[in-house]
Design a protein around this ligand. Structure first.
Ligand SMILES: Nc1ncnc2c1ncn2[C@@H]1O[C@H](COP(=O)(O)OP(=O)(O)OP(=O)(O)O)[C@@H](O)[C@H]1O
Ligand SMILES: N[C@@H](CCO)C(=O)O
Length: 324
């Protein structure tokens, strides 16, 4: 892990007038039994453009999700992440213009905070001179530290299905390809649940039996996603988190139970409350989408759902340099 930070006086100021754009996918973590370890990149993209200034100012142009609520000062998550990344690289800025177009909804379980820090750290890394730039493993390490777990940031960086693990303070991830017939369908409710609140609902420990059951399903899930989607329903059974959090997202829990009893591999996306269904083929994806709408209309009064049929993003965060 990168632990030594240069003293403030040793930081080099970035050249002004540079401009780049990072496009970063949203992500769904856990996928049922993969708590804090599995994550899938999804075709729902936030776009962050960063320009270096020379007047010491922070300028913001925010549109889309959070445009009315996010701070427009140094407490903005993207600015904090850029500052931390630059400092680790031995640099500082003398003013930034941040233009963010956010499509990924916040606090819904689609990894919005992970996308924000991945975009920010990727941008910071691309703004320093090439000789000082680090690789994607460094971005994984720093953004996992920021998030506290690697399961959203890894697929946001690398795309595809990310299998991540932790040794002490060191984060690692391996990328796997999902069979193209697997189609993620998400149902995004109009209520939020913060990851912090959802993590607070978990017990400090689970029994050996639950851990053993969960291990079997997590192993089966990798096989189902990469080779044998016919196992997706049993492979998405979880024993570590969903039942403990259900009380905080009852409409989502009801929808998941209904979809699973109809044979669809539905889980809580990340810390919720979005519901993710992993459909096998376009026909099942269409059936899932219409079942969600029909069930929600009759059984989740007062909750509005957005149903999106997505694709697995295979590229991860992508940088386009406009001016160096
Ligand atoms: N693009 C962004 N720019 C700035 N801040 C953001 C951005 N996206 C998310 N955030 C911050 O992160 C918070 C949401 O993070 P949280 O971890 O609770 O949910 P999530 O990341 O959407 O879901 P999950 O981690 O369960 O997948 C927002 O309320 C906001 O404060
Ligand atoms: N693994 C995380 C994902 C959400 O950030 C959780 O379930 O709390």
């Amino acid at each position: 892990m990168e632990t030594t930070q240069p003293a403030a006086g040793e930081l080099t100021t970035l050249a002004a007038g540079q401009q780049l754009t990072v496009r970063v996918p949203g992500t769904s973590a856990n996928l049922g039994p993969g708590y804090d370890s599995l994550g899938l990149a999804l075709s729902i993209y936030d776009t962050l453009t960063v320009e270096t200034l020379d007047n010491g100012e922070l300028e913001f142009e925010l549109s889309g999700e959070g445009a009315d609520t996010l701070p427009r000062d140094a407490s903005h998550l993207v600015v904090r992440a850029i500052n931390t990344a630059l400092e680790r690289l031995g640099y500082r800025h003398n003013g930034l213009k941040i233009t963010a177009d956010n499509v990924n909804p916040h606090g819904r379980g689609l990894g919005s905070s992970a996308s924000a820090v991945v975009a920010a750290v990727t941008a910071a890394n691309a703004l320093v001179p090439e000789a000082a730039q680090r690789g994607r493993e460094w971005i994984l390490q720093l953004t996992s530290e920021m998030e506290g777990h690697p399961d959203n940031v890894a697929p946001a960086i690398f795309g595809g299905l990310a299998l991540s693990w932790q040794d002490s303070e060191q984060y690692s991830s391996a990328r796997a390809d999902v069979v193209p017939s697997v189609i993620p369908v998400v149902a995004v409710p109009d209520y939020e649940l913060s990851t912090e609140t959802a993590r607070g609902l978990l017990p400090a420990s689970v029994g050996h039996h639950a851990a053993a059951m969960n291990s079997g399903r997590a192993a089966l899930l990798i096989h189902a996603l990469t080779k044998a989607p016919e196992f997706l329903l049993p492979a998405t059974e979880d024993y570590l988190h969903q039942s403990y959090r259900a009380e905080a997202m009852q409409p989502s829990a009801k929808l998941i139970a209904a979809l699973r009893s109809a044979g669809h591999a539905a889980v809580v996306s990340g810390a919720g409350p979005t519901v993710l269904a992993l459909a096998h083929g376009e026909d099942e994806a269409a059936v899932v989408a219409s079942r969600i709408s029909a069930f929600a209309a009759d059984n989740t009064p007062g909750v509005a759902w957005r149903v999106l049929t997505l694709a697995v993003d295979v590229e991860g965060a992508r940088v386009e340099m406009h001016r160096r």
